[in-house]
Design a protein around this ligand. Sequence first.
Ligand SMILES: O=c1[nH]c(=O)c2nc[nH]c2[nH]1
Length: 449
Amino acid sequence: MNCSFALEANAYYSTSFDNVKFVESGIFLVNEEGFIEDVFEKDSVEYKSIRKKLVEDGKLRVLDDKHFIIPGFIDLHIHAPQWPQSGSALDQALEVWLNKYTFPLESKFKDLEFASEVYTNFVKQSLKFGTTTAMYFATIDVKSSSMLAKICARLGQRALVGKVVMDDKISNPSYYRDENAKDSLKKTEYFINDVLAIKDSCKQKVYPVITPRFIPSCTDEVLKGLGELAKEYKGIHIQSHVSESDWEHSYVKERFGINDSFALDSFNLLTDRTILAHGCHLSDDDMKLLADRSSSIASCPISNAYFANAVLPVKDAIDKSLNVGLATDISGGYSPSMYTAIRQAIISSRMLNDGVDPRLRSGKRGREDSSLSLNNAFYLATLAGGKALKLPVGKLEKDYAFDIQIIKIDDNIPSFYKEKSNLDLFHKAILLAESTNIEEVWIQGNRVK
Ligand SMILES: O=c1[nH]c(=O)c2nc[nH]c2[nH]1
């Protein structure tokens, strides 16, 4: 038995978009590399003998009925440098918010002391809320962007980090842009190699990401060059924003005469490791193209409520075989908690389903078959994230990383009667848990909270 320790616990995890599996007193064996070596359920033939041996070897930890485990969350879209302005300035349109608040803040990150303070503080917050894998936009500054990857490596979070590319002289302010396309490409390649050099320095790994901020920030020359870099660094992840608001969507249509997805594709930026935030204005053809390329959408339900002018029809996208994960989108989204993102994803989907204008008659107000269940939203936050990143995370089965949250059931999660089913308790916990209910967080077999 290649097992460094084992945990016996009640557990919940997604097996599909609709289904969450409950495992009663499962025994999860974890190997030296931090992967789940095996899982034994109570009804398996070996359960008793395995348990006995683990107890004899002093390797088994047993959680009581007041605790259960779930996979760590996968936050597919975070602007870490925007953490200082989280919860503020959200009453502006996207383009105003970017120019008035966001670019001035991000430009401060060439100050490495400031960057270190903010990034360390954010990564700790994110871990506190059970985010075990995080996909980050840093800033245009190479040194502090590499520093973010190093901080994640040190604090134990699995991270995918991008140096942001912004080279267009008209749409970006002079105080916050790369000098020109060549400069962007040189810095991006330097950044990729800097992060690749530390990728394996930690068990959970950190990864570089090619990161054109969004089409309005980038020249054709840089987008073309980034597509070429993506070919050269085979298997590298790519992230950007796509069809995110009326303004942004119209800008791209005017510039190229086509939607963002087709424009990104023309620069070879849609791969099976491309993750695009928002996508609220994707057409059916856009969704089909993204699905054909096996690219994924990071749904950002909180920031979409502020900036997007629309709700992403997640169910429709999934029906069209387009993978959709979930994200907090700090700081367009105000909360670092994926629990809050899950809750908003459900609420927004219900409002899309029923419609919101009472002057329209019921049945004419909304978009049928759009509501997400809690099981659906939990899938987005876990298994769909792993699928987007092509990493073995988000599920509690053999060969997946041992990335878990240990949830404590206390007065925040009322349980005065025997719940009708174990899923009832799970649903209540996901909707009501506070950060204090997340008692421990483990990533790749290491305890980080
Ligand atoms: O929510 C958003 N946050 C950003 O920082 C950003 N940049 C481009 N588009 C964006 N959308």
